[in-house]
Write a protein that binds this ligand. Structure first.
Ligand code: SF4
Length: 475
């Protein structure tokens, strides 16, 4: 433990005045934690029936073995999500544990080699945007979660060779890091002297889901980041799907007071809807219901929360979600989702190819299927509705899957079955490679970059360059 980690956050007078206004109600999410709960007699018959006896037996037989599904990802569900999932197969697939998850345990224990980019416990610093883990759980747990190593508290090998579970960030340490980084950048003409990165301008609060923290903890993070000079705070959350009532008047008052105290700091709420069943009402036939005023009828609590957030001009709302087998491999559903979100002032930001997490083979669609899914879903959408891009996170940075062709490129050997074009959206270091592309021959089975290693046709982005895969030291 460093000296700084023992220090408590000391708010400025301005921050303290804001913090003094914060209310902290208790929330009852009706959470069910662990498969054992479905075996006991405390749950209603309806909830117990969420898993059949055969399903439970099969899962319990895996307990304690290397295929233990709860050791990979603990089971957790809110009552709100249960009520939606009982009438939705995609949502059941998102939240119900399955033996299939551990049938093939291939995958990276530290997806995206995040520890390589972690100069401080709980901080991933790749770009002008830093990501911090502020908590290691969510209201409910998606089975496909690409933070399963954090949430299941697995031990990870670190850069210095030590092995330990990932920890969360602490305010004093993070503030000190931001101030020091930005000071060095300013003194060095706009670039960090070693890493060449620009100022840290944005912080994404993530985890786990920050919205499981009480308002006062969120408020402390907000004021500390604002006082450290952060211009834009992102809050990554799936709480609109799991427990929309968390966006209550006390939370809204807190962000309003934050905005009055720090009017120049933007809040970007990065939400996570995988499927329209998470926010739209359905009739008895299972169809979405037309709203006589236009669009479709939303689940009331979710609609209220989105409306409240959207009417605040210091907030933007962006949806981003992975494409996952059995959950949202459905271009009609993804089309409905993009239309309805944009109609309600939620931007369609990214869809993601699944990450190479442990057990990813039971979740990930192939890269080419993912591209076709997004492309098909955007047919018939207007330009503003179809703004989402398909992204896959390479160790070198966020990468877009730009195009998949059905035809080869005349004269280009290896392209006969068509090509896939990747583009680096953001480089992990100085961003010199931003905008550069890689072109590979198609492999409809590929679910990760490794599936294209034997068919690289052109690689100015260095995505398949071995020497670029070993990252150098960073601060
Ligand atoms: S909400 Fe996000 S962090 Fe939480 S379990 Fe789902 S994917 Fe993981």
């Amino acid at each position: 433990m460093t000296e700084t980690s023992k220090i408590k956050y000391q708010p400025t007078i301005k921050a303290q005045e804001f913090l003094d206004t914060v209310e902290n109600p208790k929330y009852d999410r009706g959470m069910i934690r662990g498969l054992n709960r479905f075996l006991g007699d405390k749950l209603s018959e309806e909830m117990k029936a969420f898993y059949s006896q055969e399903e439970l037996e099969e899962l319990m037989n895996l307990k304690g073995t290397e295929r233990d599904v709860e050791a990979r990802m603990p089971v957790k569900i809110t009552n709100h999500y249960f009520q939606l999932a009982k009438n939705s197969l995609p949502l059941q697939n998102l939240i119900k544990a399955s033996p299939q998850e551990t049938a093939d345990l291939e995958g990276a224990p530290d997806p995206g080699k995040q520890m390589t980019y972690s100069p401080l416990e709980g901080l991933i610093h790749k770009y002008e945007l830093g990501l911090i883990y502020v908590v290691d759980t969510c209201s409910a747990h998606c089975r496909f979660c690409y933070r399963e190593e954090l949430i299941a508290r697995k031990e990870i090998k670190r850069e210095d060779g030590t092995v330990a579970s990932k920890g969360t960030a602490k305010i004093p340490e993070l503030v000190e890091y931001i101030l020091e980084h930005n000071k060095l950048v300013d003194e060095n003409g706009g670039r960090h002297p070693e890493t060449k990165r620009e100022r840290l301008r944005e912080i994404l609060m993530s985890g786990g889901d920050p919205m499981v923290l009480p308002n006062n903890k969120l408020a402390e993070w907000f004021s500390a980041l604002a006082d450290a000079g952060i211009e834009s705070i992102r809050l990554g959350t799936k709480e609109l799907a799991f427990y929309p009532d968390r966006f209550d008047s006390t939370f809204l008052n807190m962000i309003d007071n934050f905005n009055s105290t720090y009017p120049n700091v933007q809040l970007r709420i990065m939400i996570h809807f995988n499927h329209p069943d998470e926010f739209l009402q359905k009739n008895e036939e299972g169809n979405y219901i037309d709203n006589p005023d236009g669009g479709l009828i939303w689940i009331e609590s979710t609609k209220r929360a989105v409306k409240e957030l959207a009417k605040r001009n210091f907030i933007t709302i962006e949806n981003q979600a992975p494409f996952i087998k059995g959950i949202n491999h459905d271009s009609d559903a993804i089309r409905v989702m993009q239309r309805e979100l944009k109609r309600n002032q939620v931007n369609n930001h990214y869809f993601f190819c699944g990450r190479d997490i442990v057990g990813h083979k039971s979740f990930n669609l192939s890269i080419e299927d993912s591209w076709n899914l997004l492309n098909d879903s955007q047919k018939g959408l207007s330009g503003v509705e179809a703004s989402a891009r398909l992204s896959i996170t390479h160790y070198h940075g966020k990468t877009e899957v730009v195009a998949v062709t059905n035809q080869g490129i005349p004269g280009l050997k290896g392209s006969e079955n068509g090509v896939v074009i990747f583009k680096l959206l953001r480089g992990a270091f100085d961003a010199p490679n931003k905008g550069k592309v890689a072109i590979v021959g198609r492999n409809p089975e590929a679910i990760w970059f490794s599936g294209y290693e034997d068919r690289v046709l052109y690689d100015e982005a260095g995505l398949f360059n071995e020497s670029m895969q070993s990252t150098s030291s960073i601060s």
